[in-house]
Design a protein around this ligand. Sequence first.
Ligand code: FPP
Length: 255
Amino acid sequence: MKPPSEEAAAPAPASAALTPPASVPRHVAIIMDGNGRWARGRGQERLFGHEHGASSVRACIEGCAEAGVEFLTLYAFSQENWSRPKLEVAGLMVLLEKFLRDNTPELKEKNVRLQAIGRLTDLPASCQRELNHSIEATAGCTGLTLILALSYSGRTEVIDGIKSLLREIEQGHIDKAMINPEMFSKHLYTRYYPDPDLLIRTSGEFRLSNFLLWQVSYAEFYVTKKLWPDFGKADLVEALHEYAQRQRRYGGVGE
Ligand code: FPP
């Protein structure tokens, strides 16, 4: 695979005229990576990077809302992240709570609806309260839907989906012969949202890290070397521009 800078600079293929550019993605998903390295590079604790990462979150919400993106999913805390040092985990939970408390009025004002996916009952009670409050407060908003992935694991989501399907079969609501990809999607945490069109990852790593494993089957990937706290609105716009040049073929030939 080419490094991100080369990919961004690559000219559109000769077949570009055959299919119109995908223009604005309906759903953008972001793996926000590099907070720790950003902080360490400044001789600071990792939490310092997470705190600055919150500014990039705000910038991306604003950028997506302005661009007309309908759904933005942010990988804010994975199930695997619970294994980090206790102080970092506690700091991240406090940061999440503070982010929700401080930003909910503005989300509402900007017509942004907040949602969350993941094993939300794993979160500290105070965090769950703040999250539920923000979800309820923004429930009537009709602009961008912001989805926070919290205590999220793609594999756990798939297993939970299988269990949910099995329950439906046991209760006689469906027959196993009826199972297909569309039906399975309806048993995932993301059942209310379309699949991501664009997946952005910061800090230059080419991996999925257990994020939306089922849903990104046909997402366009955009990897930037920028660390998350340095990723601003202009970087988001650059990613959206590159997405607009991509030819999506979904396994076909694009004609
Ligand atoms: C990955 O960077 C980032 C996280 C595990 C946490 C993401 C959290 C934020 C951006 C804080 C604000 C978010 C909200 C929703 C308020 P890393 O720590 O793995 O970085 P590294 O790879 O450089 O160590």
